[in-house]
Design a protein around this ligand. Sequence first.
Ligand SMILES: Cc1cc2nc3c(=O)[nH]c(=O)nc-3n(C[C@H](O)[C@H](O)[C@H](O)COP(=O)(O)OP(=O)(O)OC[C@H]3O[C@@H](n4cnc5c(N)ncnc54)[C@H](O)[C@@H]3O)c2cc1C
Length: 294
Amino acid sequence: MKNWWKDSSLKVKLQEPLKAHTSFKIGGPAQFFANPLVTGHLQDLILSAKKSKVPVFTIGAGSNILISDRGIRGLVIKFDSPFFCRFSLEEERIWAGCGLGLAQVMFKAKENGLSGIEFLAGIPGTLGGAAVMNAGAWGKSIGDFIEVVEVMDSKGQIKILHKTDLEFKYRSSSLSKYFVLSVCLKLRKNRKERIQENIGKFLENRLKDQDLSLPNAGCVFKNPEGSSAGRLIDMCGLKGRRIGGARVSLKHANFILNENNARADDILQLMNLAKREVRNKFNIKLEPEIKIWK
Ligand SMILES: Cc1cc2nc3c(=O)[nH]c(=O)nc-3n(C[C@H](O)[C@H](O)[C@H](O)COP(=O)(O)OP(=O)(O)OC[C@H]3O[C@@H](n4cnc5c(N)ncnc54)[C@H](O)[C@@H]3O)c2cc1C
């Protein structure tokens, strides 16, 4: 396995601390870490890693991932080079790279008088991460606006997937088996001022509801059908509960905060406690929304 990347045209970093790449600010080192510059680099990396049986992971803004303090054995790929953050426009459609932040996608859409995705305001992910997770809020999800996705598969082949090839569910999608490279969103014309107003309203509501005081990864559990995970956890009296350096938010019980150098295990223990209490009290099984890399 040693030096498996030497065939590749790209520099690979060793022992990159992943806590610097997650919104939880938790995570041990990645054995290998790379930021491909262009599609060809990505292909080289995937094929070289595959040949040496090195597992490959993808990280976006790391705003929905909990990573073990022991770190990750394998290669972690981050798409933050300019090539993977590009943006172009074609009438009511935008094409953007997977690494572009949702805030930038929304800003550029607004500047070009294109509306529809303002509900994403305040979600701190990349476009790639949002597409894979089918990120959403206020009853809308990004999948509803996705028309085409350019992906690479595990054999290094590029594919163009159209809406009919894709499946989007609540906080998941059929894209999770690919490397998402770029996404085409179909929006509609609107006045810039109106779009800005929408963004402002969504941000205001989010600030009322969410706890942004300390590092976190948003809602840790999916909402069970017809219910709210936050409300169920709250009704179990768990707001404010601490384990190690982690605490259940006092404002939103589905948020777990990294209050004081929390370990991944502190977060997991609080999640297990919430799961157990909710199952005992309501006979409801909570499913994690965040991705857990052990
Ligand atoms: C304060 C806060 C509020 C939040 N509010 C919301 C909300 O309202 N609604 C919501 O849906 N989410 C919310 N989230 C969660 C998170 O921001 C979203 O899920 C976001 O879309 C994840 O994007 P990311 O780039 O951070 O992905 P990451 O967390 O880095 O990755 C998430 C998953 O996507 C995969 N992935 C990432 N990029 C790619 C790629 N290019 N190709 C293939 N796989 C990829 C990763 O491997 C991982 O499995 C919130 C998070 C925080 C911290």
